[in-house]
Design a binder for this molecule. Structure first.
Ligand code: TMP
Length: 213
């Protein structure tokens, strides 16, 4: 029997180092014999990459509700064509962002009503919930400085006000749920990786046993 799939999500504000953490975390999974499927949101499918381009282009702003549905269209396609099949085959899926990002950015950041965002968000995820969500915490000023230092061109969401990004961060900090772990993203990268890895191993000791020692 193939092992059950595991769905692990990295979340957090801009410049919190999700993408930077994803690479060594995936390396550790590989060392443990579990080849992860890596995805990022929005994106990972043709429709998702088109939505990504449309929603993040600083030259062509879209209205808040259109923004919401572009993110959700990207997610619905990714879940249906990549994440669900991979989990069904017993794979580990590591996603850079998922539904919590929509609550943080569109509901709390933009101020769209919860009664609009939450049901649509659930529909896009097709009822899928992560087994583990690692939320990386960093102050918006520090995150922005990191992005600038890394030479990342600012997309339309990055370029939002400091107030917007403070709301996003505060939302993330308040999240308490099963399978959610908060990590301090200002820790040295090795410490952060170790904490993330321990949370992953705790999910399924048997699957990751090879890399424990
Ligand atoms: P990133 O690849 O730098 O994380 O860029 C994705 C941007 O899109 C980031 O600013 C967060 C934003 N975003 C939302 O506003 N809502 C969402 O549902 C998702 C997945 C991302």
């Amino acid at each position: 029997m193939s092992p059950r799939g595991l769905f692990i999500v990295l979340e957090g504000p801009e410049g919190s180092g999700k993408s930077t953490l994803a690479t060594p975390l995936a390396d550790r999974m590989r060392a443990a014999g579990a080849e992860p499927v890596l995805v990022r949101e929005p994106g990972g499918t043709r429709a998702g990459e088109i939505a990504r381009q449309a929603v993040l282009d600083p030259e062509h702003p879209v209205s808040p509700v259109a923004e919401l549905f572009l993110y959700l269209a990207a997610r619905a396609e990714l879940v249906a064509t990549v994440i669900r099949p991979a989990l069904g085959a017993g794979r580990v899926v590591l996603s850079d962002r998922f539904s919590l990002s929509t609550e943080a950015y569109q509901m709390v950041g933009r101020g769209l009503p919860a009664e609009t965002v939450l049901p649509a968000n659930r529909a896009a995820a097709g009822g899928l919930r992560p087994d583990l969500t690692l939320i990386l915490d960093v102050a918006p000023e520090v995150g922005r400085a990191r992005q600038v230092a890394a030479g990342k061109p600012l997309d339309r969401l990055d370029a939002e006000s400091l107030e917007f990004h403070r709301r996003v961060r505060e939302f993330y900090r308040q999240v308490r749920d099963d399978g959610v772990r908060h990590l301090d993203a200002t820790r040295p990268p090795d410490r952060l990786l170790q904490e993330a890895w321990e949370a992953v191993v705790a999910l399924d000791e048997q699957r990751f046993a090879a890399a424990r020692s």
